[in-house]
Design a protein around this ligand. Sequence first.
Ligand SMILES: Nc1ncnc2c1ncn2[C@@H]1O[C@H](COP(=O)(O)OP(=O)(O)OP(=O)(O)O)[C@@H](O)[C@H]1O
Ligand SMILES: [Mg+2]
Length: 228
Amino acid sequence: MPQPDSVIQLRGAALSLGGNAGTVEILRGIDLTVRCGETLGLIGPSGSGKSSLLMLLGGLERATGGQVQVLGQDLTGMSEDALARFRRDHMGVVFQSFHLIPTMTALENVATPLELAGRADAFDRAAEELEQVGLGHRAGHYPSQLSGGEQQRVALARAAAPRPEILLADEPTGNLDEANGAAIMDMLFGLRDRHGATLVMVTHAPELAARCDRTVPLRDGLIAGGPA
Ligand SMILES: Nc1ncnc2c1ncn2[C@@H]1O[C@H](COP(=O)(O)OP(=O)(O)OP(=O)(O)O)[C@@H](O)[C@H]1O
Ligand SMILES: [Mg+2]
C-alpha cells in the first residue's frame, strides 16, 4: 500500500537491459518514497543509475522487477498508451539530452504539451514560459540554432509550462552558467512553492543539491545506505 502522502513509491525496483554485449543490471532493487511537495536530489557518480532511475519514475523505462507506484498507480502494469497519457496529465520530464523536436521552433516545442492539454492560450503561455527562462527573444529559433544551455532552458520551459504535479529533471543546471543556473533553480522551486509540485532532480551541482529537501545517493544501481 502506498503511504498516504507519498507521490512516488518504489519497492525493490530493478532494471536490467539486454543488448548484444549481454544483460546489464542497471538498477538492482531500489526502495524509495517521495512525499507530496518534496524536492529530492539524486546524486552519485557517473554510471550509478541516476538517469535510469528517473526514466523508471517517468514510465519511460519499465521496471524488470519490483514495483513503481506514482500517484497511487502501478506504472509497471500500464500499457504504453496509458503511460503516455499519465505522463501528459501528471508529469513534466527534462532529459539529460533535452529531446526537443528538431522541426519545431522553441515556441512550438513549449506550446505543444499545452495544446495537447487542450489550452486555448497555449502559444501565449509558451511565450511567457520562454520569457521566464530568458529566451523570449529566441522563440522563433529551431533547436539546432540554439546552444546546449539554451536548448536545456527550452526543455525546462516545456516541462514546466503545463504546471505538472511531478517534475523530473536530469541535471537541469548542468550546462548553464551561474546566472542562468540560478534562474532555472528559481523557476523549479517556484513550481514547488507556488503550485505544490513534487520535484525529483538528478544533480551534480552542490548549490542545487543544497536547496533540495533531501538528497539520495546512488552507487552501482543501489541507494547507498539502504531504503530512502
Ligand atoms: N540501454 C542501455 N543498455 C545497457 N546499459 C545501459 C543502457 N543505458 C544505460 N546503461 C548503463 O547503465 C548504467 C547507469 O546509467 P545511467 O545513465 O543511469 O547513469 P547516470 O548515473 O545517469 O550517469 P551520468 O552521471 O554519467 O549521467 C551505466 O553503466 C550505463 O552504461
Ligand atoms: Mg545521467
